[in-house]
Design a protein around this ligand. Structure first.
Ligand code: ADP
Length: 504
């Protein structure tokens, strides 16, 4: 193989090649593909083949090969490879090719994206592929629309949840997907409405729940929010759909199990409590003091267990939206009396002083009396429990008609008019670290004193749920070592009439 490499020969411009040069220049300006130039050149130069060999590629395998490098801005773009027929003057061919080489290099450079650009393109593509793989691997279905409302991301899970092939809607306006959902059997119209309503909304974040029947029955919890780049530019909006079927099923089974176990525990406990009370009553005077003491302990603990089981049942019912609330007109002073009387033995034992301060002519409130007893028993019970030394406990009730009459710590969005009840104690108080968690399920302040006092951490959560279910609010003020005041509000009959059933 004869391989000849040539470098430009300054001054050696063959005159007869000038018209061809002009012809190629015109061609280069009109024809984006350099192969047209090569074709013309090959024919004119009468070579067997004229090809380009890019860096890293092998040169053609031929006996009479003339190779001329194509350089553009000091960058070696490719080699121009001519296979010459026998008898060709290869030196002259090399010289002629060298004359045309800059033009071909220019055409090549103009038609090939710069190398750097290619690298970026590859990096962007790689990033895109990676993102797509991650999104497809998540369990949530994700849609993203750009600011023009066009779908730029539709993940594999969306296809699975809805049965709509994603490549049918990717790159289409959201409206197309909304329409597709309406025509797809088993998909709710509400899904289409949500997409439509938010397609051009660039500010709001919303979320809810949607049920679909096909291809498979699912409950999808969704949320949607606008998305911004790091520099704050609005990119569009995403919709995320999470399948919560399994979680719901587990919750349901858990609730069923808890209810079953609680009922099963309550029945024998009722017997334990009933018979111990009976023996205590019947054996009045006849029981040895030790036996009486043991029976009293049994009765007391049976009571505690029944209360705990009832609390667990209530929480389970609240969490599964099966709680019974039957509100009616109630007189609060009577309920306060009833609860205070029940706690009287403990108050006396602890040597507390209980003051009941109820405004005269307090209007009736709209409440479920049994739930109101639970609310007051928990708050008053806590005041008694968490005041370890003899102290002051005050239960007060006021009629509130305006926001200004509320304590400073109350939120301003109360239903008015209402009755405000406060339960104040001079006990342990609550540390700042515990304050944000107090109404959470099973939360108990993490201190020695609380550990000494029995409890489950369920009472305040029940109080909050019952108060809110009846249109009121609950909050507290407390200082460690000084005591605590728990407040709750209950709408009165007028507020019920103003707000209608929606308030309750
Ligand atoms: P429990 O009393 O059964 O532990 P609660 O839900 O009624 O459950 O109360 C949660 C926690 O809040 C209690 O464990 C206690 O730490 C704290 N707490 C509630 N009421 C008071 C109070 N009046 N004074 C001090 N701490 C209180």
């Amino acid at each position: 193989m004869v391989e000849l490499s040539a470098s430009p020969l300054p001054g050696a411009v063959p005159q007869h090649d000038l018209p061809l040069f002009q012809q190629l220049a015109v061609l280069a300006s009109t024809q984006p593909d350099p192969s047209a130039l090569l074709d013309t050149l090959r024919t004119t130069l009468e070579v067997q083949a004229l090809t380009l060999s890019f860096p890293g590629e092998p040169l053609p395998d031929a006996d009479r090969l003339v190779v001329v490098p194509l350089i553009f801005r000091e960058q070696h773009l490719a080699d121009l490879c001519a296979i010459a027929p026998p008898e060709t003057d290869t030196v002259q061919l090399a010289s002629r090719l060298t004359f045309f080489a800059p033009l071909i290099a220019l055409a090549l450079a103009a038609n090939r994206p710069p190398a750097r650009h290619n690298e970026w393109g590859a990096a962007v593509q790689q990033e895109h592929d990676r993102l797509e793989a991650v999104l497809d691997a998540t369990n949530d279905a994700i849609l993203m629309v750009d600011t023009t409302g066009e779908l730029v991301i539709v993940t594999l899970q969306f296809e699975r949840f809805t049965g709509i092939p994603r490549y049918e809607v990717l790159g289409q306006p959201l409206e197309t997907l909304a329409h597709r959902i309406e025509t797809q059997p088993g998909l709710p119209e509400a899904l289409a409405s949500v997409l439509r309503a938010l397609s051009h909304n660039h500010t709001e974040s919303l979320g809810s729940e949607i049920e679909i029947d096909e291809p498979q029955h699912r409950i999808l919890v969704w949320y949607s929010l606008p998305v911004y780049s790091q520099d704050g530019t609005l990119l569009g909006r995403i919709f995320v759909f999470r399948d919560v079927m399994r979680e719901r099923e587990v919750d349901r089974l858990k609730a069923e199990f808890t209810t079953l176990i609680s009922h099963e525990l309550r029945t024998p406990l009722t017997s334990v409590k009933g018979f111990s009370d009976l023996i205590l009553e019947a054996g009045e005077g006849a029981l040895p003091p030790e036996a009486r003491e043991y029976l009293e302990i049994i009765a007391l603990n049976a009571d505690r267990l029944v209360r705990l089981i009832n609390d667990i049942l209530d929480i389970t019912h609240i969490e599964t939206d099966r709680v019974d609330i039957s509100p009616r007109l109630c007189s609060l002073p009577e309920t306060i009396e009833q609860v205070s009387a029940a706690l009287q033995p403990l108050i006396l034992e602890r040597q507390h002083r209980l003051t009941v301060d109820i405004e005269p002519d307090l209007p009736q409130i709209w409440t479920d009396p049994a739930r109101m007893v639970q609310i007051l028993s928990n708050l008053l019970g806590n005041a008694v429990k968490y005041t370890l030394r003899p102290g002051e406990i005050t239960v007060a009730a006021r009629y509130i008609q305006s926001v200004e009459a509320l304590p400073e710590t109350a939120t301003r969005d109360q239903i008015l008019p209402c009755v405000l009840v406060s339960v104040r104690d001079t006990g342990l108080g609550i540390a700042d670290v515990d304050k944000p968690h107090l109404f959470k399920r099973f939360y108990r302040a993490n201190n020695e004193a609380t550990r000494l006092v029995g409890g489950t951490g369920l009472g305040l959560m029940l109080v909050k749920s019952f108060v809110e279910m009846q249109g009121g609010q609950v909050w507290f003020e407390s200082e460690v070592g000084q005591g605590s005041t728990f407040y709750f509000t209950a709408p009165v009959v007028e507020s019920k009439m103003i707000l209608g059933d929606a308030a309750l």
